[in-house]
Design a protein around this ligand. Structure first.
Ligand SMILES: [Zn+2]
Length: 284
């Protein structure tokens, strides 16, 4: 193939990347959760993680943290089959998730964490299945702590709550055409996935170092299950006023600045809980 033709084909393929809402903390949020957890693995769990991730391009929890989202482009069939594992929605309007109603056939983030943890901890499973299970768990524990991944409204976790954000932050590649004259056409879900943490203006390792200075909270970490964590996320949506007052759809950095401490606290707690799950599952 000539070089020009090859370049043309690559450019065409890039144009075909889906222009859809993000599904989770953006790559930075997920990597932060992974990096924080990595720093708190016990020696046995650390060794197990290294064994499972051997051969990965970046064989760390941070390095594989967005794999489950990357399937969207890398393995669309598998992404489709696992898309509902990234969130849970309480259909009763409150925050009491009922798995029979809200998690049909085990297709929600709560069940996915439990199922993948069981695979991860089962020595009779193949190395490949356990490696993928680890990558899923790292991702989904992060997702579950993004409040809009465990809500009770009918707007797809804020994906259908449109926001125009005045910001100097360049959007992720897939969304660049929605960024005009310093105003980004986006939605509340993406504000939480990406813009709040991006407005911290820190690179991964600097951000992880800073968050890691905050004290770990064994009491909060030790309690609860993935189901309780979903309820905790859900309750934050109303108690913290995550939806803009009066259904205001215009936003500037005041919102990002106001909620950055909460987003960082959620990432921090997700990192703690992930480390604890992995120490329990791989570190004994
Ligand atoms: Zn996700």
């Amino acid at each position: 193939m000539t070089r020009i033709l090859r370049c043309f084909l690559i450019a065409s393929a890039l144009c075909l990347l889906p222009v859809t809402a993000a599904w989770a903390w953006g790559a930075l949020g997920h990597a932060l959760v992974g990096e924080l957890a990595q720093r708190h693995l016990n020696p046995k769990a650390r060794a197990e993680v290294a064994k499972l991730l051997a051969g990965e391009p970046n064989p760390t929890l941070a390095g594989v943290a967005s794999w489950a989202d990357d399937l969207r482009n890398d393995d669309p069939e598998r992404f489709k089959a696992t898309a509902r594992w990234h969130y849970i929605n309480a259909k009763g309007g409150g925050c009491d998730f009922q798995l029979e109603r809200d998690c049909p056939d085990g297709n929600c983030v709560v069940a996915a964490i439990n199922t993948q943890l069981a695979i991860l901890g089962d020595p009779n499973q193949s190395l490949e299945a356990r490696r993928d299970a680890l990558k899923f768990v790292v991702h989904f524990v992060g997702d579950e702590h993004q409040p809009l991944h465990a809500g009770n409204r009918t707007d797809s976790g804020g994906n259908r709550f449109q926001i125009s954000l005045r910001t100097p932050i360049a959007p992720e590649a897939y969304a660049r055409k929605s960024y005009v004259d310093g105003v980004m056409g986006t939605n509340l879900h993406s504000i939480w996935d990406y813009y709040i943490l991006a407005s911290g203006n820190l690179k991964l390792m600097d951000y992880a170092k800073r968050l890691n200075r905050q004290p770990w909270n064994p009491a909060q970490t030790a309690t609860g299950t993935p189901l309780a964590w979903a309820e905790e996320s859900c309750k934050l949506i109303d108690t913290q006023g995550i939806y803009p007052a009066d259904n205001e759809h215009k936003m500037d950095h005041a919102y990002l600045d106001k909620f950055r401490p909460l987003a960082e606290a959620r990432v921090h707690l997700a990192g703690e809980r992930l480390a604890q799950l992995l120490n329990q599952t791989l570190g004994k």
